[in-house]
Design a protein around this ligand. Structure first.
Ligand SMILES: [Zn+2]
Length: 221
């Protein structure tokens, strides 16, 4: 087979650096707002910028690329407990049996199991609570309340601080040096050095970039 590659001396460098791609994303947040935005919204912006496909290819996924500028959480939007319950009821009726995590994500409003998990503990527990409500065993209020003790304590680090920390730590895990550009398996997280539960704050000095593995290793200790 003929080699299609041409060894042209006139060829220009086309590969953008990691930081050029990251800067393009940061620039886009100026136009799209601080929260999560889709690759379609990004590509729809006017002006010349690297295509989302280039960014996805470099960092492994759109979500991981956005994590590099401190935007996490994915395309999940907030659903009220009432919305979650009526979506679950509709999916259950349509199926004829209690939906599991795959079914719930594919029916009706296509809500993932995550918000169900956060409120009720699991998809199964959400179904148990809904059945209990329809059998008159629990009130509407306790159905909607879910199991709030299961909700993880979340501390929100402001986006600009996430950026600052990721940039300061050079988009790499400070423990093992892993970065998503060279290994797509890597997921970076901004971590509190001194845990919030023990009184640690959100100051930049108390924040560091860790890969998920190092971060979980630390949590297990
Ligand atoms: Zn690491």
């Amino acid at each position: 087979m003929a080699d299609e590659f041409s060894f042209s001396l006139q060829a220009k460098r086309t590969r953008l650096s990691d930081s050029e791609l990251i800067e393009a994303l940061q620039f886009a947040t100026g136009m799209l707002g601080e929260g999560y935005f889709t690759s379609t919204a990004y590509d729809g912006l006017v002006g010349k910028r690297p295509h989302s496909a280039t960014i996805i290819d470099r960092f492994g996924s759109w979500k991981k690329a956005l994590a590099l500028i401190g935007i996490t959480g994915g395309k999940e939007r907030h659903y009220s407990p009432e919305e979650l319950v009526s979506n679950l009821e509709a999916a259950w009726k349509q199926l004829g049996y209690p939906p599991g995590k795959r079914k719930i994500a594919s029916l009706g409003a296509k809500i993932s199991e995550s918000p169900y998990k956060r409120r009720w503990g699991s998809m199964q527990d959400a179904c148990i609570a809904l059945a209990a409500f329809h059998e008159g065993k629990i009130s509407k209020e306790s159905l909607l309340a879910g199991r709030p003790e299961n909700e993880p304590v979340r501390t929100t680090i402001p986006l600009k601080d996430r950026w600052a920390v990721l940039k300061r730590d050079n988009y790499r895990c400070v423990k093992c040096g892993a970065n998503p550009s060279s290994n797509h398996e890597i997921e970076l997280e901004v971590d509190h050095i001194f845990p919030v539960a023990k009184g640690g704050g959100n100051s930049l000095e108390n924040l560091q970039v860790l890969c998920r593995e190092c971060n979980q290793g630390k949590k297990d200790r």
